[in-house]
Design a protein around this ligand. Sequence first.
Ligand code: HAM
Length: 420
Amino acid sequence: MLTSRPRGTNDFLPGEIEKWHYVEAKIQEICKEYGFIEIRTPIFEHTELFLRGVGETTDIVQKEMYSFTDRGDRSITLRPEGTASTVRAYFEHKLYAGPQPVKVFYVGPMFRYDRPQAGRYRQFHQFGVEVFGSKEPSVDAEVITMAMDLYARLGLKDLEVQINSVGCPNCRPIHRQRLQEALQAKLGELCETCQGRFDKNPMRVLDCKNPNCQELTTDVPTTTACLCDECGSHFEQVKEYLDVVGIQYVVNENLVRGLDYYCNTAFEIIAKGIGAQSSIGGGGRYDGLLKDVGGQEIPGIGYALGLERIILTMENQNANFPPKGGTEVFVASLGQAANKLSFDLIYKLRKAGVSAEKDHLNKGLRAQMKQADRLQASYVVILGDEEINKGIAVVRHMYSGDQEEVSLEKLVDFFRYNKV
Ligand code: HAM
């Protein structure tokens, strides 16, 4: 073998990929109902976009980006998340000039250089939505509702929505000052990364994964305690809208999320019982990000859900995946003439919209029947010299075991109209 796959990446093989198709189909379905249109942006962007978009004091920028210099001497980064790219595309294509709000979604691979473990990968997949152009708390509640609706449709249980408000540029400095005052005495005990963040962005300390830092920050001032009137009212209204549709949530005053762009609403969805990587989605409002990236002040909010973690949770909770879609018709043939005829038959069946397969290994009849079983074929067509001479084929109904003879001329129509 030449090599194995890079650490932290996955191959999704037949047997597994059907689960992905199922989840992706549900995503398409729900996006249509909630009025989100798909957007596809490049897998890589100029590094600058993430430095400014995600924030220089975040774990993502400091430790996790796949950045390289391309042959044209530009610094390029594999996207670690989808929001910054979507904001860039919104401005680049002047989507702000059309009717607002603009509601888009994306599904695709993201890249973060982190220590791989169950539910945490270096290449992983997100489904994300972004809404641009509205500051209204009803939009915040709508995106949280949509996320929970998707999980419910996928049959997920035991989830917890945690919400918080991280304030705005008016009230954040007050929190920042109070937090710095509270942490000053403990500064030497914080991890090295947090010590480095203390001046630039002390709120990031609340998000540190180091257990010692988490312990040291249990009783420091929270963002919610420092909200200005406008932010306080916004937060209250988001909760009221969630109450209207009966979405349950808990307020987690320590939730600041791992990205710098958030203001006001921040939320995360936690799946109980899937181990350490229990955040199966998260998001929030980012009214300042659009100005940072595009120069215009336009509000935005969104979330992203990790597909690997969703599927992992579905498996852990024995959620229902649909049965694997088997081949409809397997054509078993014996002899040269039947082989050619079966090749033509599967071509015509496929053109008629019937999924069909044949043997390509010159197997005997018994082995071909076994293959049909493995493919979960609904029908097997048996073709040999004798059948060809009589102008018929034997059709076996695999569920009942019944057999019947069908004339070769009518065979394609037989399956076209008997579609399983
Ligand atoms: P995030 O919390 O960094 O937010 O990622 C969202 C979700 O992606 C996580 O809840 C998790 O399910 C999944 N995820 C993150 N990292 C990994 C990993 N290494 N392996 C597997 N799954 C992972 C964002 O990315 C924001 N862009 C969300 C957002 C959109 N906020 C506003 N709009």
